[in-house]
Design a binder for this molecule. Structure first.
Ligand SMILES: Cc1cc2nc3c(=O)[nH]c(=O)nc-3n(C[C@H](O)[C@H](O)[C@H](O)COP(=O)(O)OP(=O)(O)OC[C@H]3O[C@@H](n4cnc5c(N)ncnc54)[C@H](O)[C@@H]3O)c2cc1C
Length: 446
């Protein structure tokens, strides 16, 4: 395999089994070895890699940090992994245009650390931000706790440099604020999970970094009441940057994992307001009033240390749950926010029907829930898989989508048509037009 990529230095073509093992995983259960890993450092090398793969009938799967929760960067039989982590340069910060150009291997938090020196930031804020890369974020259209105010990665992608399966390089978009010029191909590549081409440069539109923030934690005695309060607050057009929820199973797990005392509430909602002046304080008090009227006990936080204390609980959710079962199946359904209370009722009924433990937390402000199935043993895994199919059907019946942020990958592939019906055929035709040999991340999405 080294011969195929002989234009790269030997140490950047990995073929030994122990090296390949590192690339056989993402954050989902299971493992798949690639036949080789190549580690480019420039666009020119990526072009050469694609041409060599095409000549030798090899398929390619791009990889950033490998934190995907849907199996998207897992190699298929005979696949070569293109590891983008050496392409990690911030190329230019253009303050006047609030724009940054960067290579795809730049880590999200590192980008924002640099941007903070200019008073700017790139807001999506995924939970994996300390390690995940811009290439992975664009390919998955990632987002996170701030999506309720700022939207998703797609809203910030201004330009892309993409290497197609033919080896041709496309330049899409630009640093302008608006354009009415032709098809928006740039957006087509956002969320394409590496199936249409490889990103070698990413241009992002940025926003000013807020100078003030304030937070609130609210406790309820049931998830339904919490969900009702959330929909009430959103109907009152509260200007929140964060609106997170954790059910009783998550609260219990966090308390025993981290030793944080979260009081007697069954369900917690965490809200944050951010901006540039004292209006922030007024707005968080308005949010608190709505939650108090809905029956919650609330606590407000105005300085960084207090806010960090409230955040510690939310950040501990996933590691706390991971201790409770052999396998976690973390789902990512998203429903219109008004349907949240009904979705929660349906999740409760599903857990009872299938005799399963489901812990739910998520970005309630944008209707994105992470029902997490806590599973031990093969028999329970089978029941959980059946319940997950029902979960998807229930979510779609409420006007929702299979994935708010983790993508389709291989995990949700069997259900993709349930959501999109005949449109899947149009997507396949687009894929065929751009990648006729099917060498870009085969076996993903559909
Ligand atoms: C603890 C934890 C918390 C998480 N929290 C969130 C969250 O809050 N929100 C969220 O959205 N996601 C979250 N995720 C999922 C995951 O972190 C994101 O999808 C992330 O953006 C993936 O980035 P990555 O660098 O790890 O990409 P990878 O997992 O390596 O790859 C993801 C996809 O991107 C493609 N890709 C990577 N680089 C390129 C490139 N240069 N060109 C073309 N395609 C490319 C890959 O082929 C693959 O299909 C979380 C994951 C974990 C483990």
């Amino acid at each position: 395999m080294r011969g195929v990529f002989s234009f790269l230095p030997e140490k950047r073509v990995l073929v030994d089994r122990e090296d390949l093992l590192l690339y056989a995983y993402d954050a989902t259960p299971g493992r798949k070895y690639p036949v080789a890993v190549v580690r480019p450092t420039s666009r020119e090398e990526v072009v050469e890699i694609v041409r060599a793969a095409s000549r030798h009938g090899l398929s390619l799967v791009a990889r950033g940090a490998g934190t995907s929760l849907s199996g998207a960067p897992l190699p298929r039989e005979g696949c070569v992994v293109v590891d983008f982590t050496l392409m990690d340069k911030i190329i230019e910060v253009d303050e006047a245009n609030a724009f940054v150009a960067a290579q795809p291997g730049v880590v999200y938090d590192e980008l924002n650390r640099t941007l903070s020196r200019y008073g700017l930031f790139f807001p999506p804020d995924p939970g994996s931000g300390s390690v995940c890369t811009l290439g992975g974020m664009v390919a998955m259209n990632s987002s996170g706790i701030r999506a309720v105010k700022y939207g998703t990665t797609r809203d910030y992608v201004a330009s892309l440099e993409v290497v197609l399966a033919s080896g041709e390089v496309l330049h899409l978009g630009g640093r302008y604020r608006k354009s009415a010029s032709g098809y928006d191909l740039k957006s087509l590549f956002v969320g394409s999970e590496g199936t249409l081409g490889l990103f070698t440069e990413i241009g992002l539109r940025l926003v000013p970094k807020p100078s003030h923030r304030a937070a609130m934690i609210a406790g309820f005695d049931s998830f339904e009441k919490a969900a009702e309060a959330i929909t009430r607050a959103l109907a009152a057009h509260v200007d929140v940057a964060v609106l997170e929820v954790m059910d009783s199973r998550v609260v219990e797990a966090v308390e025993s994992f981290s030793g944080i005392n979260l009081g007697s509430a069954e369900v917690l909602v965490l809200a944050e307001v951010e901006g540039f002046d004292a209006g922030v304080e007024e707005e968080i008090r308005r949010v608190a009033r709505i939650f108090t009227e809905a029956g919650a006990g609330v606590e407000l936080a105005f300085d960084e240390a207090e806010i960090a204390r409230l955040w510690k609980a939310r950040k501990a959710a996933l590691p706390a749950l991971a201790r409770l079962a052999e396998t976690l199946l973390l789902e990512d359904i998203t429903v219109p926010v008004a349907a949240l209370p009904e979705m929660m009722r349906r999740i409760g009924r599903l857990a009872e029907r299938h005799r399963l433990r489901i812990a739910t937390f998520g970005h309630a402000g944008d209707g994105n829930l992470h029902p997490t199935f806590l599973v031990n043993g093969e028999e329970e895994l089978k029941r959980a898989r059946a319940a997950i199919e029902e979960l998807f059907r229930e979510c779609l019946a409420l006007g929702g989508t299979l994935s708010g942020e983790h993508g389709i990958g291989v995990e949700k592939r069997p259900y993709f048509e349930l959501e999109h019906g005949r449109t899947v055929q149009v997507m396949r035709e687009i894929k065929r037009a751009l990648d006729p040999q099917g060498i870009m991340n085969p076996g993903k999405i559909f």
